[in-house]
Every structure is written in structure tokens, then in C-alpha cells.
Design a protein. Structure first.
Length: 261
């Protein structure tokens, strides 16, 4: 009877290491507001975001709308994570395919071009003619500038994909050559693979930075203008709506008086 009474305190598993896992349940039900101090991982990400924000803020025009740096910061982090994840075994490297890179570059470039040509066509035409160019070379220079502007999304996509493909091919070639090498050279092969993996990690970071910084430079060539306050102010819209309804009520009242004097 006494043994049955205290049997509820017996461990539920034979393994001693798993008997004390019940003490960790508090971390599952603890509210997130308990952790007032951010972790080191969150502090590192915050430092990276602030560094990228300062870099892009220098390039972007001061007349930009607030918050535009977050677009390019998110683009940088998205490409960086995809590049780094592709270095791990058995993980698909999406950034080495043109379908992925063109999906990022073409919408960005197309949005910049559409906004620039629809709102500030004179400013876009002025970019096609370099300052101080002779009159005889103007048609040729306009053609060259137009072609260089059109191929921008392709160069962004090909640059990123080519660098990712080259690094992964070298890692694959070194890995496949290990079966044919003697045991003496295996250690040298491992050192070479580790050095190449470190270099590929640096290339992944550099290429993500190059992609995002070039996108920022292309966007800085567009002249952005904020709409007038009278068109975007909520107070003005509310006043116009109220005035319109008031005029409708007055006209309806006059119509009723004319019908029923």
C-alpha cells in the first residue's frame, strides 16, 4: 500500500537524463515579455540592420520618402540568408538560379523605370545625355545609355548567379576528388575545402551587398517628389467629403421645397 502511494514519484523513463526535463516546462509557458534584455543573436542582427541602414541612407536621395531603406535592407538580408543556407549540405541553393535572381531584379528595375518615366520624363531623358558631350555623338551616346539601362536587371541577376555557381562548382570538384587521392593528401584537401568554404562565405556576403547597393544606386537616379499636401492630407479629404454631402443635402432640400411648396 505504501509502495503504491509513493509510486507517483517514480521516474517515468528509464533514462536518467530525461527524468528532469519536466523542470523546463516553465520556459514553454513563460511570456515573451519576461526577456527584457535582448539576446546576443538579436543584438548582432540589430547591429547589421543599423549598419546597412546607414550605408543605404548615404546613397539614397534626401527627398526619398521615409522608410525606403528598409526595402533594400530586407533585400540584402534575404539574399544573404539564401546564400549562406546554400553552403550547407543537402540544401537547395536558390540564389544560383536565374529564375530566382531575375525575379528580384526585374520588378525592382521595372518599378523604378515606370515611376521615373511616368512622373519625371524630362529628368529621365536628361540622364541619357552625358554633360559636355559633343553634338555629333549625341545619338550614339543616347543609344549606348539606353542599352546599358535596359541590361541592368540582367547584369544584376547574372552576377549573383555566376558567383554562386562558381563557388559551389569548386567545392563540388574538391569534394569529388577525395576518393582518388591518397591518405597523405586528404588532410591538405580538408584544409583547402575549409579555406574555400570561408572564401565562399565572404563571397556570399559581398554579392548580397553588391546586389542591394546597386539596386539602391539605380533607384537614386530617379527623381522622387512628394504629392502636394492638399491631395494627401486626411483633413482636406474629410473636409471635401463633408462639403460635398452638405451641397447634396441643400440641393435635395430645394428640390423637395419646389415639389411641395
Amino acid at each position: 500500500m505504501n509502495n503504491n502511494l509513493f509510486s507517483s514519484f517514480d521516474p517515468s523513463t528509464i533514462l536518467f537524463n530525461f527524468n528532469w526535463t519536466s523542470t523546463l516546462i516553465i520556459f514553454l509557458i513563460m511570456p515573451s515579455s519576461f526577456w527584457l534584455t535582448p539576446s546576443r543573436w538579436n543584438m548582432i542582427w540589430k547591429m547589421i540592420n543599423m549598419f546597412i541602414h546607414k550605408e543605404f541612407k548615404i546613397i539614397i536621395n534626401k527627398k526619398f520618402f521615409m522608410g525606403n531603406t528598409f526595402l533594400f535592407s530586407s533585400l540584402f538580408l534575404f539574399i544573404l540568408i539564401n546564400n549562406f543556407m546554400g553552403l550547407f549540405p543537402y540544401i537547395f541553393t536558390s540564389s544560383s538560379h536565374l529564375t530566382f535572381t531575375l525575379t528580384l531584379s526585374i520588378p525592382l528595375w521595372l518599378s523604378f523605370m515606370l515611376y521615373g518615366w511616368l512622373n519625371n520624363s524630362n529628368h529621365m531623358f536628361a540622364h541619357l545625355v552625358p554633360n559636355g558631350a559633343p553634338n555629333l555623338l549625341l545619338p550614339f551616346l543616347v543609344l549606348v545609355e539606353s542599352i546599358s539601362n535596359i541590361i541592368r536587371p540582367g547584369t544584376l541577376a547574372i552576377r549573383l548567379s555566376a558567383n554562386m555557381i562558381a563557388g559551389h562548382l569548386l567545392l563540388t570538384l574538391l569534394g569529388n576528388s577525395g576518393n582518388t587521392l591518397p591518405m597523405i593528401l586528404i588532410s591538405a584537401l580538408l584544409i583547402g575545402q575549409f579555406a574555400l568554404l570561408t572564401l565562399e562565405s565572404a563571397v556570399s556576403m559581398i554579392q548580397s551587398y553588391v546586389f542591394s547597393i546597386l539596386s539602391t544606386l539605380y533607384s537614386s537616379e530617379i527623381k522622387y517628389e512628394k504629392p502636394p499636401l492638399s491631395l494627401s492630407s486626411p483633413k482636406t479629404l474629410t473636409f471635401n467629403f463633408f462639403l460635398k454631402n452638405l451641397l447634396n443635402i441643400i440641393s435635395l432640400h430645394k428640390m423637395i421645397q419646389s415639389i411641395f411648396p
